[in-house]
Each structure stands twice: as structure tokens, then as C-alpha cells.
Write a protein of this length. Structure first.
Length: 405
């Protein structure tokens, strides 16, 4: 019987511990928090979006960073395998918009309880308030760990300490330091699925949520990605699902010219929108321009659009020229925002960066540098879009690490 230590009691760590134990190993989990699964409990706004019904090909496509690394993990333990696993253990699931899979109960605690029940049934020990600071090794393989200042010895270690997002849940980058000391390359961690800060002052629209917009991302004048859906104006810039998705495609923001172009009326062509505005202008012919857009736009957005159109707000609608009207249409169909930074990593849903995938065997999750060292979850330099993809990655990589440990 091998002695296996799992560092971190999140989604990846719990799955890894279970699979390693089922294989016949003596498994111990070390968790620095006073309770397990803190990040799992807050995912999906507390409802826990466990996975997505997408095909493996779609999973890879929705993983902007190193998606191909996951082929083995997703094939070995797929979304359907996860759903079957949860259902078999008493947790029924349901599918919502976009293929998102949630527990029927809408309670993330029920997902955590499934794992804790199985961990207990398999005789796995969890040590809480256990801060692991070092991994002991000789030049080629792991020997043990230093936990709360004390040395403990084992045969294999699964490192599943998470990234840097949501530090209040315990994701503070400890695993990066341990991996780095063992010679692993750490790809600089940066925020993914995070709000964006704009050069433009949008504070007057703070709190305004827009549905059914189309957002396009350009980096150094090159089109990168577009997303249709919902967005939100904040005191610092842009947020909401469409914007968070685009943020994952922005890598080196400091050395790039990053632009978001919003089409506020994607259902209408330029011509149709022009016709719509002409009808509104006819209706408000005797009013000032600033009072003619209430049927078309939310109130807090109107002053900003007027400014972007370049039309004098006090001008009578009857005096607005065709050229000016075209400028208004352009402002509505191509509203430009210059992105100057991402919000801090502590505000990100997921961390991009981490242990280089080149140094991990994708078929086993074992380190290519140190025998007996395995990685699982967000510590690996892999990150996906919203919709249950990231949790599935944690479960799948955890599964592989566990059965091979």
C-alpha cells in the first residue's frame, strides 16, 4: 500500500484523493483552511456549475490556454462520467442554458457533501489548518512534505492548491512556490474571467446591465474574438459574462493596444437602425436631441452616446443632419472602449498561468521532472471560459492524478 499525500481539499484534491484511495493507497489530505471546498461552495453563485454538456472538442475550444493538454484527462473522465458519478452517489443534476449542469437542489453544499461522504467512507484522513510549506525530495523523486513545521514522509504527492483568484478561499499561490523550488517553470499567473478597466470614464453608467449586445475584442488592431450576451458597466469599466469571456483572450495587456467594440443593437443592420432612429426623430421632431432617445436606450446610457455621436445635445431634432444621424448609428453599432488593464487577480473567477504543461505528463498528471509528484486543478497552466468548464477540468485532472499516484 502506497502512502499518498494530497495538498489542498478543493474539487481537484478531493477527486484525486478518492481515486487514489479506491486504487488501494493510504491517502491523507492536508488543507490549510479550517474546512474543505471553500471555493467549490461559491462557484456558480453558490449553485455550483459542476460541468457542461459540451463535447470534448467543444471543451478544448472553450479552453483558451493549453486546451489540447486536456485531451487525455477529458477522455478518461468526461462530463458524462462526472454526471454519472454524482447521480450514482445520490446527487441529481439538471441542464440549463448554454449546457450548464447544476445540482437539482441548486446547492453547492450538496456537491461538497457527496465528496466528504465518500472521503469518510474510504477512510481518507483530512488534516485541517495544515499549512504545507515544502515538498521534500531527492534529485529525482518526492520523499514527503513539511507541514506546520514538521516533516511527514510519503510515496506520492498530489499538488492541488489552486491558483491566485479568490484568495479568501485559500488560493494564495503556495503551490507555485513549492513547484518552483523543485525546478518547475511557473507561467506568470494573471487574471482570467475578470472585469476590464477602460481609459474612458463610464462611471455615469455604473450598474447598467445590457442584454443581447455583441462585443468584439481587438488586440493591436487584430480581431481576436467576439461574444454575444450580457454585459455590465462598472465604476472602472466593463464587466458581465460577455466581457469576462473576452478577458480570457487578453494575455499581455501592458504591451498591447486592446480595444472592445460594442454593438448595442446587433439585431438591427446599420440601415434598419437608421430607419428606426428616423421614426423616433419624427415622433420627437420638436424636442431637443437629448430628449429624443428614451425609446431607444436606457436613460443612463443616453448622455454617453450623445457625447460619442458628437451631436449638440441641445440641438432640435429637426435640425440634426443626415451626417450627424449616421454618426449616431455608428456610435450605437461600434461603441469603442480602450482597455488599459484587468482588475486584480483576487477579483478574477479563474487564474491563467501556473505550472507549465510542458513539464507535466498529460496522460498521468505526473511531473516530468520529479517522480511521484502529480498536479491537479487550477495550479496547472490551463484555464477555460465560464459555463462549468473549469470545474470539469479540476475533476478530470484530479481523477487522472489520483488513479496514477
Amino acid at each position: 500500500m502506497k502512502k499518498v499525500f494530497v495538498i489542498g481539499c478543493g474539487a481537484a484534491g478531493m477527486m484525486a484523493a478518492l481515486m487514489s484511495s479506491i486504487k488501494g493507497n493510504k491517502v491523507t489530505i492536508f488543507e490549510k483552511n479550517d474546512r474543505p471546498g471553500k471555493k467549490l461552495l461559491i462557484t456558480g453563485k453558490g449553485r455550483c456549475n459542476v460541468t457542461n454538456t459540451a463535447t470534448i472538442k467543444e471543451f478544448i475550444e472553450n479552453t483558451p490556454t493549453n486546451g489540447k493538454f486536456l485531451y487525455s484527462a477529458l477522455n478518461r473522465f468526461s462530463n458524462s462520467d462526472l454526471i454519472e458519478f454524482l447521480n450514482k452517489n445520490g446527487l441529481m443534476t439538471k441542464v440549463e442554458r448554454g449546457g450548464r449542469v447544476f445540482p437539482v437542489s441548486d446547492r453547492s453544499k450538496d456537491v461538497l457533501d457527496v465528496f466528504l461522504k465518500l472521503i469518510k467512507a474510504n477512510g481518507i484522513d483530512i488534516h485541517y489548518n495544515a499549512r504545507v510549506t515544502d515538498i521534500l525530495s531527492d534529485s529525482s523523486r518526492v520523499l514527503g512534505i513539511v507541514v506546520n513545521g514538521k516533516k511527514e514522509y510519503c510515496d506520492s504527492i498530489i499538488l492541488s492548491t489552486g491558483g491566485l483568484s479568490y484568495p479568501s478561499t485559500g488560493s494564495t499561490g503556495d503551490g507555485y512556490d513549492m513547484a518552483r523550488k523543485l525546478g518547475h517553470t511557473i507561467i506568470d499567473p494573471h487574471p482570467a474571467l475578470v472585469p476590464l478597466v477602460t481609459a474612458e470614464d463610464v462611471s455615469g453608467m455604473m450598474g447598467l446591465s445590457l442584454k443581447n449586445i455583441n462585443a468584439k475584442l481587438y488586440v493591436n488592431d487584430k480581431f481576436i474574438k467576439e461574444e454575444f450576451g450580457e454585459m455590465l458597466f462598472t465604476h472602472f469599466g466593463l464587466s458581465g459574462p460577455a466581457i469576462l469571456t473576452l478577458s480570457s483572450y487578453i494575455k499581455n495587456i501592458n504591451k498591447s493596444n486592446v480595444v472592445i467594440k460594442l454593438d448595442l443593437k446587433p439585431a438591427l443592420t446599420y440601415e434598419k437602425l437608421n430607419e428606426r432612429i428616423q421614426r423616433d426623430f419624427k415622433k420627437y421632431l420638436k424636442k431637443e436631441f437629448k430628449n429624443s432617445l428614451n425609446d431607444l436606450l436606457p436613460r443612463s446610457l443616453i448622455p454617453y452616446i450623445i457625447k460619442e455621436s458628437g451631436i449638440n445635445p441641445d440641438k432640435k431634432v429637426s435640425e440634426v443632419s443626415k451626417l450627424e444621424r449616421n454618426a449616431l448609428v455608428h456610435a450605437l453599432k461600434e461603441l469603442v472602449f480602450h482597455v488599459i488593464s484587468k482588475r486584480p487577480i483576487k477579483e478574477a473567477i479563474i487564474t491563467s498561468g501556473g505550472v507549465s504543461t510542458k513539464e507535466i505528463n498529460p496522460k498521468t498528471m505526473e511531473s516530468r521532472l520529479i517522480k511521484g509528484l502529480f498536479f491537479a486543478g487550477e495550479i496547472i497552466d490551463v484555464d477555460a471560459l465560464t459555463g462549468g468548464y473549469n470545474l470539469q477540468i479540476s475533476f478530470s485532472t484530479g481523477y487522472l492524478a489520483g488513479i496514477n499516484s
